[in-house]
Ligand binder design. Sequence first.
Ligand code: AMP
Length: 399
Amino acid sequence: MPAFKTLDDLTDIAGKRVLVRVDLNVPVTDGKVSDTTRIERVAPTIHELSEKGAKVILLAHFGRPKGEPVPDQSLSLIAPAVEEVLDQSVAFASDCIGAPVADAIAKMENGDILLLENTRFHKGEEKNTPEFTAELAKNGDIYVNDAFSAAHRAHASTEGLAHHLPAYAGRTMQAELEALEKGLGQPTRPVVAIVGGAKVSTKIDLLSNLVTKVDALVIGGGMANTFIAAQGINVGKSLCEHDLADTARSIMETAKKAGCSIVLPVDGVVAREFKANAENETVDINAIPADAMMLDVGPKSVELINGWIEKAATLVWNGPLGAFEIAPFDKATVSAAEHAAEQTKAGKLVSVAGGGDTVSALNHAEVADDFSYVSTAGGAFLEWMEGKELPGVAVLTKG
Ligand code: AMP
């Protein structure tokens, strides 16, 4: 990955107006922020800039207001939680461009923090128009992007601004990019990927990219059924996209040419109902009863997967191995996650995980803190796994 500038390169910034793109798209229940993880992730960057005496001006989106002001998607609702997490007072401007911002900046002392209103209240944000970007740029001397999770979008505040102002990666963006580089960019081999989750259809690009990059690809979850069925094995009532049999076979063919081993389950835990504690049995993969569905990979498969985790120097993980939300079909996911965590703690493995339900699956297994890096970015992480260039990252690395 080409080099990008970080906060280490920002030394003499006392009194400078620094526009910091952060991710404040947090869940809100009954008007209150119910999970402050995203705010906590950007706090180090905000604190560091504030301590260096910059005027810290936060830019963020919240929800999908489609270019119009929507009162219940105002960032003023999030401001108290930002203050609480930062333990510092945060001023608020009722717009992200124009007079309200200029007035609020005029009142700032060095080290102060100002939160601007939702960037998506203007159509120019998602359209990345030069006019809107220029209006945003008027309020800053420097641009810092700390929102990796929004980096797959070429919006004014995530991409456009870097063409107007000197651009730097914030600490969270930096950590994410460094972790991803270790995961797939310049990984220590062998690299093993585990991909699970419900369906192949949502992950065709991801699987196609991975088989050209990794030494082994473990396929679990509902999507394994499509691959198994494509080998002519009966998967009973399991979740299966039979229409994607050709796609599955072609991914396996690409893997073979690229020298990537595909690891499919050899046994499974089957049930007749998709519910917690449903009566279940463990069967060989060739013996799935016609009236049953596979809801988790079986113990022999876990042994096989754990063996691959032991062989790996680097592990990239997206998606659960089974229906982990309903016990006991969480067993394989928990066991493999625990094994990866142990190998990581022993210094034998670099483990990078993320995307969608993966974070909740690893939290459920209580190992998220033991992985080398767990990305909370959903779409951006998946696009990275698909091998796509993320516009918000590209603009930082191209300088
Ligand atoms: P994804 O968002 O594609 O990573 O899919 C995650 C979802 O896949 C979770 O809600 C799991 O319950 C579900 N899942 C994993 N394995 C299975 C399976 N064998 N059958 C049905 N659903 C599954």
